[in-house]
Ligand binder design. Sequence first.
Ligand code: SAM
Length: 236
Amino acid sequence: MEYNASANPALSPSEYTAALIQVLRERRAAIAGVSALEIGVGSGVVLAELGALGAASLCGVDIEESAIDACQTLLVAEGMDDRAILHLGDMWEPVGAHRFDLIVANLPHFPMPDGGYGIRRPSWSAGGPDGRRFLDRFIDGLAAQLSREGRALITHNAFVGLDATRDRLLPFGLEARSALSRQVFIPPEKIALMPDAIWRREEGRTLFHLGPYAFGEMVVLEIAWDGTFAAEGDNG
Ligand SMILES: C[S@@+](CC[C@H](N)C(=O)[O-])C[C@H]1O[C@@H](n2cnc3c(N)ncnc32)[C@H](O)[C@@H]1O
C-alpha cells in the first residue's frame, strides 16, 4: 500500500480513533464474519479496519459528504467496497430497521457549544454543553439496531459521565463495561471551549492538568445485552 500524505487533514484519525482500533484488533476472533455498522465514519479507517479483520458486511453513516467520499475512497483502495454500503445522513435514520452484530462509534462528544476548533468541522467534536447530545441519541436508538448476540464499542470521555451512560442503557436491557481506559491530551483550544462547570466537577477525578497541559480519561466502552458479561465470567 502506498501512503497518501494528501489525505484530508480535517478527517485525520485521532487518539480516540486509535484506541477504538486497538480494541477491535484485540477482538479479531470475534469480528470475523459479523455484520458491522459504524456511525460517523470520518476518514473511514475504523470501517476499513473492521473489513481487514474479516467483517462480512460494512455499513457506514456520516452526516458529512466529505466523510462519505473519503470513506468510499479508502474502502475502494483497500478492496473492500464490494461488501460496504455507505449512507449520507443523521445517526440511525439511514439504516432503518436493520440489526447489526457489531456497532461502533467515535461520536462527537466533547463538552463544548456547537462549532469547530482548529481544522476540524463543527460536526467533528462538539457534543453540546454537557457533551452528551449524540451519546444519548446513540444510546436511545441502539437497542433497535443491535442483533440478539450483538454488541457495541464506543469511545467515551469519562468526564461526560460514564454512570449517566450506564443509567440510560438500563431501561433498554443493555449493560456496559470498559474495554480500555487511557489518558488523552486535551489541546488548550478545546479546554478553552469546555464549560467551567465540567472542569470544576471533574478536575482531580477524570481531568487534570500539569501547568498549561490538560489531560482527560477516555474509555472504549463495550455495550451488550444484560447478562452477557456475567455469562463470560466478568462479574464487574
Ligand atoms: C470524532 S469524528 C470520528 C470519525 C472517525 N470514526 C474516526 O474515529 O476517526 C465524528 C464523526 O461523526 C460524524 N457525525 C457527526 N454528527 C453526526 C450525525 N448526526 N450522524 C452521523 N454522523 C455524524 C462527523 O462528521 C465525524 O465524521
